[in-house]
Design a protein around this ligand. Structure first.
Ligand code: ADP
Ligand code: MG
Length: 704
């Protein structure tokens, strides 16, 4: 079956549903699902399946799906796990193409369950049946009046589509949504996700006219690159908001580089989401802060926001939050100020944040809202209100909502307080103006909308190709393996970097003191000398690096001393000489690295060298391959980026050269999946226009 039912249409708009394992007994899941289907107003045929009953809840009951005469679009299975496979075969025979397996007792329950789930997956693939579950809550599709779940509450029709890996969390979310009047188009709890998962649902909802915002709660993703590809495509059409929880442990990994020890799966998800436009929420609370804003309001045209308030304090809090979030306080026009002056008391602040003062009634506040929103310099607004003696929350809510609708500009409200605000907040929600309990949360949602809009308008981040001699790399890797090693030290790593045209200091390995002097003479002093050994990973830790060697005598002495010393510290190390190299005198030291994430594949890291990396973990990541925009952002994103740009009397450095090295690294690790980890530590970066040089590097490859 090539189409494999990719729109998942029968899950959301079936003409008929069978409930396999339907039950008389309230409290049993087989009862609750059947009851939910009846109550939600599903107009199609419902077939309870249970060999022991002639009728359940007033519906004719059948011994098996095969006994049903008409076609069945969707089957919901609610029987013990061990009986599921047999019933799946019957579904296949009946020609059912969509099945929800509610039953638990699969992958989540131990070795037997794992085996059962594997077989379930095989039946699905073989028969072409799409399976949601097992171990899930079920599906809701509000426009079809379909509640094929055992959730105790049913949301109203709306434009959010939610997918959740966790059934328990899904129930909590639903309950909360009903209480807050938040509506859904579709709701899927996919549980263990033996077949239908995040990517399938993204595809199914990509062009779903009922869905404006896709919301997901995920614990892990089986296929990172595919997720990125599909999520990027879907995000171009509608916002995809994800809460990712849990740490997907890939088991104990041998970590041999800085990058390896600094990169957890959390970093990979963060990077991947940035690269494919997915909006990340860090809690379920934030998930809904964002979802409601995106669902209710249009995207702001720019970062320019107006703040309207009846109290100074919240206005200042909002102003701070606006600046922190990278939004801009709109400069209201002189005409606006003039107009505001006509009705606002003299003590009011007529400039953004516009403060109509504590005694503002609805007519004054709404006049200000209307005036500010009419200003062409304003592209969005935050409406803050605190309950004071003359405050008229409900009337104010109505006025604000009307102005928002009239001007087509997004308005987010922050009506602060308890009981006094309840009706007003409901009225705002009814008019699709989201309300937030605190200004920071409203600002967070607005910033997320602006960022998303900007992401959507960016041209694609084209992948650049750099010329490279891949043959050299292949040969060196083969040699390394022949010697039964997986670690490449500086000398070999430098050959690889050179093959990819990353600049490295002139360098040659000396095998005697005289050799060292000769090479030093050729390169020109001062030089740097370093021990060469595949067994020594951190050379300077044991005195294996000396910089600033002045002349030939110094070079000869250093050779003897270094060999002697290292032999004492590391008697078993295989010493292959001392590398004499050009000393790169000026420049900042940064670290570039790469590691392989189990979900997303090769990931590239950037940070400042030294303590910034080790102590402050001030680093950024991207999934390879990426283009120049993301390379630049990696540099910009670290907290210490101002140092690289030349803040406070620091020398600015060649940021473009860093970006280019990051791109080359991205290409190298994409070209060679056998690179498990690597570091260029440090890359020395000179002033703008002077480039960068890799003075040390290490690479670890796989055994085959
Ligand atoms: P390791 O990291 O194994 O201790 P490195 O080769 O990174 O050894 O050298 C340690 C430090 O010495 C570097 O961080 C850098 O500051 C300095 N250094 C090494 N090689 C050079 C060079 N060719 N030019 C200038 N400085 C160098
Ligand atoms: Mg180093």
């Amino acid at each position: 079956m090539s189409a494999r039912n990719s729109s998942l249409q029968h899950f959301f708009t079936p003409a008929s549903v069978a409930v396999i394992g339907a039950s008389h007994q309230p409290g049993k899941i087989g009862h609750d699902i059947l009851n939910n289907l009846k109550l939600s107003g599903f107009a199609g045929a419902i077939y309870p399946i249970n060999p022991k009953s002639p009728e359940i809840l007033g519906l004719k009951c059948y011994p098996s799906v095969l006994a049903v005469e008409g076609a069945i679009d969707l089957a919901v299975i609610v029987i013990p796990a061990r009986a599921v496979l047999g019933v799946m075969e019957e579904c296949a025979k009946k020609g059912i193409d969509s099945v929800i397996v509610i039953s638990a007792g699969f992958k989540e329950s131990g070795p037997e369950g794992i085996e059962l789930e594997k077989e379930l997956g095989e039946i699905a693939t073989r028969s072409g049946i799409r399976v949601v579950g097992p171990n899930c809550l079920g599906i809701i599709a509000t426009s079809a009046g379909l509640n094929a779940s055992f959730a105790p509450v049913y949301p109203k029709v709306g434009s959010l589509a939610l997918m959740s890996q966790s059934g328990a969390l899904a129930t909590a979310i639903l309950d909360w949504s009903v209480q807050n009047g938040i509506g859904y188009s579709k709701f899927v709890s996919f549980g263990n996700g033996v077949d239908v998962g995040v990517v399938d649902l993204l595809r199914a909802w990509e062009d779903d006219p009922e869905t404006r915002v896709i919301v997901a709660y995920v614990e892990g993703l089986p296929n990172g690159p595919e997720f990125m590809r599909v999520a990027r495509q879907v995000s171009m059409k509608k916002p995809v908001i994800v809460v990712k929880s849990g740490n997907t442990q890939s088991g104990a990994r041998a970590v041999s580089s800085h990058t390896g020890s600094l990169a957890g799966s959390g970093e990979a998800y963060t990077a991947a989401f940035k690269q494919c436009g997915v909006i990340r929420a860090h809690s379920v609370e934030e998930l809904f802060d964002l979802a409601v804003a995106f669902a209710y309001q249009d995207l702001p045209r720019s970062r320019r926001v107006a703040i309207l308030t009846n109290a100074g304090g919240p206005g200042i809090m909002a102003t701070d939050a606006v600046e922190m979030a990278g939004l801009q306080l709109a400069a209201v026009s002189p005409e606006t100020v003039e107009r505001l002056q006509t009705k606002l008391p003299p003590a009011s602040n007529l400039h953004n944040p516009v403060d109509c003062l504590g005694d503002a009634d609805a007519s004054r506040y709404n006049f200000a809202a209307e005036t500010v929103l009419a200003d062409p310099n304003v592209d969005s607004a935050l409406a803050l209100l605190t309950p004071q003696t003359s405050t008229q929350p409900l009337e104010t809510a109505q006025g604000v909502a009307a102005s928002a609708a009239r001007h087509g500009k997004p308005v987010l409200a922050c009506f602060m307080g308890g009981g006094a605000m309840t009706t007003a907040i409901e009225a705002l929600g009814g008019q699709r103006v989201p309300n937030y309990p605190y200004p920071e949360r409203a600002v967070g949602a607005l910033a997320s909308m602006v960022n998303y809009r900007e992401w959507r308008e960016e041209p694609p981040d084209e992948i650049e190709r750099f010329s490279a001699d891949t043959e050299v790399v292949r040969r060196i890797f083969a040699q390394t393996r022949e010697q039964r090693r997986v670690n490449l030290g500086e000398v070999e790593a430098r050959q690889i970097l050179r093959a990819y045209n990353i600049r490295c200091p002139k360098s040659e390995v000396a095998h005697s003191a005289e050799d060292a002097a000769r090479i030093g003479d050729e390169i020109g002093y001062p030089v740097v000398m370093k021990i060469v050994s595949p067994d020594i990973l951190h050379k300077s830790d044991i005195g294996g690096v000396r910089v600033g060697i002045r002349d030939r005598q110094d070079a000869m002495d250093t050779y003897e001393l270094m060999m002697l010393r290292i032999r004492r510290y590391a008697p078993n190390a295989d010493l292959r000489g001392v590398s004499v190299q050009e000393m790169i005198r000026s420049g900042r030291e940064v670290i570039l690295g790469s590691t392989r994430d189990p979900q997303f594949g090769p990931m590239v890291m950037f940070g400042l060298g030294g303590i910034y990396v080790e102590v402050l973990k001030d680093i950024s990541f991207r999934i390879a391959p990426f283009g120049r925009r993301h390379a630049r952002r990696m540099v910009d994103e670290i907290r210490s980026a101002p140092l690289l740009r030349g803040a406070r009397g620091e020398q600015p450095c060649d940021l473009e050269a860093i970006a280019t090295c990051l791109l080359i690294l991205s290409q190298l690790v994409t070209d060679f999946p056998e690179i498990v980890e690597m570091d260029i530590n440090p890359l020395k970066v000179g002033e703008p226009g002077t480039g960068a040089a890799a003075v040390d590097a290490r690479i670890t490859i796989t055994e085959q």
